[in-house]
Design a protein around this ligand. Structure first.
Ligand code: BTN
Length: 331
């Protein structure tokens, strides 16, 4: 595993050049045949390499499925150190992260799955999680933070993810309070934050992220296909899932570190205004069995959504479901 990651990392470090097999062998203290054997095994896992005599090897194709060693090679290349566990199929990456915490795995860590058979969304919904093409991952942290700060972590992650998607994919993602990532009025991703809280501190925190990456959502059940899209559908071309997952992991770790260092409030207010899809729009909020209709007016310092109702009063909504009252993206 470690040697394969080192080989892949070397090849990724200069993707347009050929990397000498002899140099790789010396660096990694194995024979040239050993390098060749490992590349042959990697080929069986979906890689293609171009080999030129006396020059070396270059990666010409990456696996389309999730490949843990490749994710780790991308992470190492960007000097990110975190433990990542990959599973082909899980009930839910959030549930697995919870189990791993109970088993004593040190945080922070990341659980990623190729598919989920009980993917969970907010408000008890199911998160459609077919195999291949999408990103399902969960971060686990043990934050040394008071529980009341946990309210805004999802919002902070949301703007960080929008920024990452827009930079990495050159798209125009927006965040819909509190946890949806939206492009062209359709949902491309969501976050599910779960925490175990003791009286005065947060024992552990799991942030699950689902992004529709290379899916053809028009094949999904009708109810979903009307409301969901994927990054590839919007862009018109597929993305490397392994590179995407690695960048998303880096984005999440950095967002968490900035959030924990308490230095993000000013930046957060600015970014929320930039990415907030509801700002200035007429919305309907279902809040503890009450329906509130009004104009969305950003968030307060605790992360509650502010809605200006017809009397002019501003109501803070801390939980529940919000939709645009005049169509567009609803749930
Ligand atoms: C929502 O929009 O309601 C939240 C969706 C969160 C889905 C992700 S996929 C990875 C992680 N595991 C889960 O079971 N849910 C989250």
């Amino acid at each position: 595993m470690v040697i394969n990651i080192s080989i892949l990392k070397s090849l990724l470090s200069s993707p347009t050049e050929y990397i000498s097999g002899a140099n790789l062998a010396t660096e990694l203290n194995i024979s040239r045949v050993g390098i060749w054997n490992r590349l042959e095994k990697l080929k069986q896992q979906g890689f293609e390499f171009e080999a030129i005599r006396h020059r070396g090897y270059k990666i010409v194709k990456e696996p389309e499925a999730i490949h843990l060693q490749l994710i780790c090679a991308y992470l190492e290349l960007d000097k990110t150190n975190v433990s990542v566990k990959h599973f082909e199929d899980l009930d839910s990456t959030n549930s697995e992260a919870e189990r791993q915490i109970s088993l004593g795995l040190n945080t922070p860590f990341v659980v990623i799955a190729s598919s989920q058979n009980k993917g969970r969304g907010r408000m008890g919904r199911t998160w459609h999680s077919p195999q291949n093409g999408n990103c399902y991952l969960s971060f686990a942290f043990c934050p040394n933070l008071p529980p009341d700060r946990m309210n805004s972590i999802t919002l902070w992650m949301g703007v960080a993810i929008c920024q990452f998607i827009n930079d990495h994919c050159q798209l125009n993602a927006k965040v819909k309070w509190p946890n949806d990532i939206i492009i062209n009025n359709k949902k491309v991703g969501g976050m599910l934050t779960e925490a175990r809280i003791d009286s005065d501190h947060t024992r552990d925190l799991i942030i699950g992220i689902g992004i529709n990456l290379n899916s053809d959502c028009s094949n999904w059940p009708e109810e979903l296909s009307q409301r969901a899209t994927s990054l590839s559908e919007v862009k018109g071309s597929n993305f490397s899932i392994n590179q995407f997952a690695s960048k998303l992991i880096q984005c999440g770790l950095k967002a968490y570190a900035d959030f924990s260092s308490d230095n993000c409030q000013e930046e957060f207010t600015k970014l929320w205004q930039r990415y907030d899809i509801l700002k200035g729009k007429e919305v309907v909020a279902e809040h503890f069995e009450k329906t509130i209709t009004g104009i969305a007016n950003g968030i307060d310092e605790t992360g509650a959504l502010l809605i200006k109702v017809s009397s002019g009063k501003v109501v803070a909504v801390r939980a529940g479901e919000v939709s645009l009252s005049k169509g567009g993206y609803t749930k």
